[in-house]
Design a protein around this ligand. Structure first.
Ligand code: ADP
Ligand code: MG
Length: 238
């Protein structure tokens, strides 16, 4: 019996070491790939600024730049993915985090004709979520950004808080285009995107972070009407 346990233990350690190695490899690769990408996008931008006349070449250069930025986004998201679970957790003042992020986003969204309304019904003073603040911000940012992407000609996003059993429930409700069932079934899949410049990694990262925090991510949507994303996180008294 004892030997069986020892084997499982050493298997676990080997697996952890392998993952750590993979993470380092990914970080190194990201760094190495970023440099040539920066050079490619930089040169393209410079050539554009130098006043290319030919419309076709101009368009091509713009595509090269766009695709470089997309590749950089993918690398950044993969890095976030590889770090989930390794990052330290602590007591996060979730009310402060929500206020901070909504304030930052509110300003940006105004420029796209989107009103962000805070409906923080719940008294969160003295309550904490045990987790990593940066990662919790990341979830929230991604979900609100998706809501904004679904409203290209403007609309409204309502962020509301409530309690469901031992969870804090943060609803992000948009008045955007919504999504059909075929899309909704796949939104958590890595690299699944319906956007020309999407990475398809936003919700895959969010989902993994939420799970890592012992929470849940739920979606409800109706095409043409809008979407409600619900982030559930375990909350406790400080
Ligand atoms: P990306 O934003 O790069 O496409 P995500 O993983 O963040 O990747 O989202 C995956 C897909 O889920 C999106 O391409 C979109 O089709 C769908 N989606 C997510 N949030 C919403 C929303 N609020 N309204 C409509 N569709 C959404
Ligand atoms: Mg996204």
């Amino acid at each position: 019996m004892r030997q069986v346990q020892d084997i499982t233990e050493s298997k676990k350690i080997a697996e952890a070491q392998r993952l750590a190695q993979l993470g380092r490899l990914l970080a190194d690769m990201a760094h190495e790939v970023n440099n040539p990408l920066m050079i490619i996008s930089g040169r393209s931008e410079l050539t554009l600024l130098e006043g290319v006349k030919d419309g076709k070449i101009k368009d091509t250069l713009k595509i090269i730049m766009d695709q470089c930025f997309l590749a950089k986004d993918i690398i950044q998201s993969l890095l976030k993915y590889s770090r989930i679970g390794k990052i330290e957790k602590g007591d996060v003042d979730i009310e402060k985090t929500l206020e901070l992020i909504t304030d930052i986003l509110q300003h940006h969204l105004q420029l796209s004709n989107i009103v962000l309304e805070k409906d923080f019904k719940l008294d969160l003073s003295g309550m904490v979520v045990v987790g990593n603040e940066k990662q919790l911000q990341e979830i929230f940012m991604n979900v609100v950004r998706n809501a904004a992407d679904a409203m290209p000609s403007g609309g409204k996003i309502t962020v509301s808080t409530s309690k469901e059993k031992k969870f804090l429930k943060i609803d992000v409700i948009d008045t955007g285009e919504g999504m059909p069932k075929e899309v909704m079934d796949r939104i958590l899949e890595p690299f699944f995107t319906t956007k020309p410049k999407g990475t398809g990694l936003g919700l895959a990262v969010c989902h993994t972070i939420v799970q890592e925090h012992g929470g849940q991510l739920r979606y409800a949507s109706e095409p043409g009407k809008g979407t409600t994303a619900s982030i559930l996180l375990p909350i406790e008294e400080k």
